[in-house]
Design a protein around this ligand. Structure first.
Ligand code: ATP
Ligand code: SF4
Length: 328
């Protein structure tokens, strides 16, 4: 069996953030000791409230935001330093799609010119075959041939995001990091773009990190889900396990907030309060001020992320090792 396409160990990223206009800068641990493994062709969903560190983690996995501590290996090789020729060469194999396609595209270039760009930059397709490859990519993402000479502002939001995805696929990446790729699109278009992404990813056997605050979308696309709270993973398991039997109280509240046809609103767990200021991390389990199950130990001791079963890790004092049978 092939090894992981990406392996991250104990990643840390701290920003100095000023509290108020005249406040002194204080450190915010946006990513606080995260480890994860992504297999070829697998989709890992990353969920959590705003400010939990999802986007920072996504950028770190591509080496765009360098880790201050920890290690990343891409396809078995240590991630080269940002901006080096080795990193640029690797960049063709790992692509980022983010929320705002208009910001990702160059307003002065036609769609076909932008899709052709990576083919030229990475010397992937000889000039005489480039237009054919651009046409293939446009067709793969559902853009019409007559849209090739359009400029980004002449397309709809959904079409622009399709163009961004075509450009990301041009270099035949092994890993795609999608950071809220559909949250700026009309709800009616979101499902089309997500389904298209899933089909293309499966056809091309691309691993994907899919970052979203929208659990419905993540449920639709992810094989596995990591739940983040204040820079740490608090639970990770297969998508079915996370959505059908969440164990961590934070995961339970997030999953419970997803409307399910036929499930009464009564009985849902409501997530209390707002996420704490990351510059002032609560003691012990960072979730304790909002957790309905918190006990004394939760206020003083941070629960480690540990294996609960063969297919699940969780960080909570109250989740027993015996919550599920552990495979030998
Ligand atoms: P959102 O869904 O709102 O984008 P997120 O889960 O992606 O949130 P991040 O954007 O990664 O979270 O932010 C995590 C923390 O790091 C936040 O407290 C944020 O303010 C801080 N942060 C992120 N980027 C920077 C930066 N460039 N400079 C300073 N602080 C930052
Ligand atoms: Fe709640 Fe305690 Fe578990 Fe944290 S460790 S999630 S506060 S029960």
């Amino acid at each position: 069996m092939a090894g992981p396409i990406l392996q991250a160990k104990d990643l840390v990223r701290t920003y100095e953030v000023r509290q108020g206009m005249f406040g002194r800068p204080s450190p915010v641990r946006a990513v606080d000791g995260i480890s994860l493994t992504i297999m070829p062709g697998e989709t890992l969903g990353i969920v959590g409230e705003s400010g939990s560190g999802k986007s920072t983690l996504g950028r770190m996995l591509l080496g765009i935001d360098p880790a201050q501590a920890g290690e990343i290996a891409f396809d078995g090789q240590a991630m080269p330093k940002l901006g080096t020729p080795q990193w640029r060469a690797l960049r063709a194999k790992m692509q980022l799609v983010y929320q705002d396609p208009l910001a990702a595209l160059d307003r002065r270039l036609t769609i076909s010119a932008q899709i052709a760009e990576p083919l030229a930059i990475h010397g992937l397709v000889p000039l005489e075959h480039r237009q054919t490859r651009v046409a293939e990519l446009m067709s793969a993402v559902g853009l019409r041939p007559d849209q090739a000479d359009r400029y980004p502002h002449e397309l709809s939001g959904g079409q622009r995001q399709r163009a961004v995805i075509a450009r990301a696929l041009a270099s035949r990446p092994k890993l795609l990091v999608c950071d809220e790729p559909v949250s700026a699109l009309d709800v009616s278009i979101q499902a089309q773009v997500v389904n298209m992404l899933r089909d293309l990813q499966e056809e091309n056997h691309i691993a994907m990190v899919f970052i979203s605050h929208d659990l419905k979308v993540v449920r639709n696309i992810a094989d596995r889900v990591a739940v983040m709270y204040l820079g740490r993973i608090v639970e990770e398991a297969s998508s079915d396990v996370i959505f059908q039997s969440p164990l961590h109280p934070y995961t339970r509240a997030l999953v419970s907030s997803v409307p399910v046809p036929g499930r009464p609103l009564k009985g849902r767990t409501i997530l209390q309060g707002e996420p704490p200021n990351p510059a002032n991390r609560p003691s012990g389990c960072a979730f304790h001020p909002r957790c309905p199950m918190a006990t004394d130990i939760c206020r003083t001791t941070a629960p480690p992320l540990r294996a609960i079963s063969a297919d699940r890790t969780a960080a909570c004092h109250l989740v027993a090792d015996s919550a599920e049978p552990v495979a030998a």
